[in-house]
Design a binder for this molecule. Structure first.
Ligand code: FAD
Length: 406
């Protein structure tokens, strides 16, 4: 491996065409396209023993990552693959306290409307038999533990362990700083225009700051991964828009106030550290991701204003503090594609389609990418993330909205 100084003096294969002497250029072991939470986690993981360059068209964590609610609900989301959830949860626990990063562990309550009670009880029984930490709580049991809840309209709640929340921006920036401390180079305000290939596969990338060489490229460009690779690889990934609002209640929430979700309403919630409540959800496929509004819909605010006082006390006169919306990439089964697909050029790795779970899945994606670039095997199966699990690669699939643990 070359150090940065040596590599920057190396000849780029497209230098002759660009003819620019003083533009940054060089060669690396791996180039990561995109400096969101996934790109930063991948860079940190690979920089331990490889020369890594991250190229980000804007600012680090400037897109979906900074807008995320920061919920970590891997255990309820991966009940079929507990090894994947455990890997993420162990990472967040171990990483807590690194720089400014902290992981707040809170259990979650999935509120169960009467028409879903039978299904929820059967699911809890099935999961508990398999050793998953879940239990069905009667409404009174929830209210005794958390006096803010009024579950008179619900049949109960499913309590999930091993959940929590993070500040996604701080998380991504901490990963990026760690990657740099391990020797990674981070280039911001630089767009990757395309991949460079030669007879044997990936040779590097073309950017608006010049060309960079690498035998391996990881495309972690969020929802933009699909249009970026469209000419080379068909990906069943489509953009969708999702939103959040923050409510300031009449009385601040307690320190142990849980996270949760209301499945039929497509809404999830978690406490803020200052005692406010963050409510997210209402996700819809988005055909114009570049032009999509970054404000929450009025209809979503009205929905939250109607819904929340129906299960939380002292929210009748809650104040709207803030709201926003952002775009992420969706897949047909809500799980990401993290793969080096056989039909792609050798050396191309894709990490996209995180479908509302990219922050919580970033440590898993990073470990998976390590295996895909020829590092040691991940301690969990990569098959749930393989592109060939989809029979159809069409982008025209029906978008499925998740509410945290669905
Ligand atoms: C409102 C909202 C709430 C959410 N809540 C949660 C949650 O609670 N928990 C959770 O885990 N997830 C949540 N998510 C989802 C999460 O934000 C995403 O899954 C995650 O951020 C995806 O990370 P990423 O790195 O793949 O993509 P991004 O954060 O979109 O980063 C991709 C980066 O690639 C860059 N890029 C794109 N094209 C190029 C190019 N050609 N050249 C260079 N750079 C390029 C972009 O500028 C961008 O910075 C939420 C998302 C939203 C919008």
């Amino acid at each position: 491996m070359m150090n940065e100084q040596e590599s920057r003096s190396g000849e780029s294969s497209t230098e002759g065409r660009r003819g620019a002497k003083d533009r940054p250029r060089g060669s690396y072991d791996v180039i990561v396209v995109g400096g969101g939470v996934v790109g930063c986690a991948v860079a940190r993981e690979l920089a331990a023993d490889r020369e890594v360059l991250v190229v980000e068209r804007g600012q680090i964590a400037g897109e979906a990552t900074a807008l995320a609610a920061g919920e970590i609900t891997m255990s309820p989301s991966y009940t079929d693959e507990p090894g994947i959830a455990d890997h993420a949860n162990e990472f967040f626990r171990a990483y807590d306290g690194t720089g400014e990063f902290s992981f707040a562990e809170r259990h979650s309550v999935e509120l169960v409307p009467p028409d879903r009670e039978g299904e929820a009880r059967r699911r809890v029984e099935r999961l508990a038999d398999r050793g998953v930490a879940v239990e069905f709580l009667e409404p009174g049991a929830v209210e005794r533990r958390h006096s803010r809840f009024d579950l008179s309209r619900f049949a109960g709640a499913v309590r999930h362990e091993d959940t929590g929340f993070v500040d996604p921006y701080t998380f991504a920036v901490t990963l990026k700083e760690d990657a740099e401390a391990r020797g990674a180079t981070i280039l911001t305000d630089t767009e990757v225009a395309g991949l460079v290939t030669d007879g044997t596969g990936i040779a590097g990338v073309e950017t608006d700051a010049g060309a960079f060489e690498a035998p391996q490229v990881v495309v972690a460009a969020g929802w933009r991964t699909e249009p970026f690779l469209r000419d080379r690889l068909e990906l069943p990934v489509r953009p969708y828009r999702t939103q959040c609002v923050v409510l300031d209640p009449d009385e601040a929430l307690d320190e142990d106030f849980p996270m949760g979700w209301v499945p039929g309403e497509h809404v999830y919630f978690r406490p803020e550290r200052n005692g406010d409540l963050l409510v997210g959800g209402w996700s819809f496929a988005e055909d114009d991701p570049e032009g999509a509004s970054d404000r929450e819909d009025e209809a979503f605010r009205d929905h939250v204003a109607d819904l929340v006082p129906g299960f939380l006390r002292a929210f009748d006169r809650a104040r709207f503090v803030n709201g926003w919306a952002g775009v992420d990439g969706a897949t047909p089964d809500t799980r990401p594609v993290v793969d080096a697909p056989a039909e792609a050029p050798d050396g191309l790795v894709v990490a996209t389609g995180f479908h509302g779970r990219g922050v919580m899945t970033a440590p898993v994606a990073a470990t998976a990418v390590r295996e895909l670039v020829g590092g040691e095997p991940a301690p969990f199966p990569l098959s749930p993330f393989a592109l060939d699990r989809f029979e159809s690669r069409s982008r025209d699939f029906e978008f499925f909205s998740i509410s945290a643990g669905d």
